[in-house]
Ligand binder design. Sequence first.
Ligand code: NAP
Length: 261
Amino acid sequence: MHNAALAVRGIEARYARFHIRPDELAPALGLLPALGFIGVNLTVPYKLAALASMHEIDAAAQRLGAINTVIVRDAQLVGANTDGDGISGAIRAEFGRSLGELRVLLLGAGGGAGRAIAMQCAAERCPELRLANRTFAKAEALCAELSAMPSANVIAAVPWNEDELGAASATSDLIINATSIGLRATDPPVLPRSMLRAGQWVYDTIYNPTRTPLLLEAEAAGARAANGLSMLLFQGARSFEHWFGAPAPVSAMRDALALMS
Ligand code: NAP
């Protein structure tokens, strides 16, 4: 998607993949300015480790304690995090609503993606935000952290059992799956059809498979369902904007992603 964006904008640069081993991370980042890099994306397991190599860290990355985007500016490394922009743009594009209008149930709040999504929901002042996680202590800790944010609205931790998840789903407009359940087509749906309803929106951050068991259940229940490709798209678009200081060509990026999926 980035090479498509570079081509559309006529920028003479390439986006490429590099295999960096853990002991090479800091030296590799240190070489970026001298090698003429405009920036890089980082993914698991380097989102935290790279923080130590940054000269500056933007507000979103500070909140999350993780970076996914590095910008090379005046030979200095600036760390940013675009995961929150990713979910925000995705929900707007898929469902025509902003997070700030919706009562949200987030499944998998204790993971890395879940944390970014929860922070974004709180920053946009979701009227109600429910955080569910298999390891309940992680949901409770995040709930306490978000409740202390000045922007926070009603935030509750939800234990991972059928009764509690069912009750939380019943009073939610939007359900977001940020667990890894559904990565395999043989996985059970993270919530059964009986807990979903028509008029509800269901977003699965997973995009491969394109129709996860949760999304199939959501469609069967009459809910509107969308997969995580749009989150990938909008976090990438935001990275592009960081690197080039100009709007990303989102439709060209979307077309390139669609070709790969
Ligand atoms: P992670 O940090 O390892 O978190 C995994 C989450 O899944 C944790 O909340 C974990 O709960 C939960 N989980 C795993 N197995 C479970 C089970 N059997 N029952 C209940 N909960 C279970 O992973 P991550 O990096 O956040 O990724 C999570 C998901 O987000 C993945 O599916 C990934 O594909 C997706 N993702 C999508 C995008 C995108 O752009 N669309 C970006 C990033 C990630 P515990 O805390 O109890 O272990």
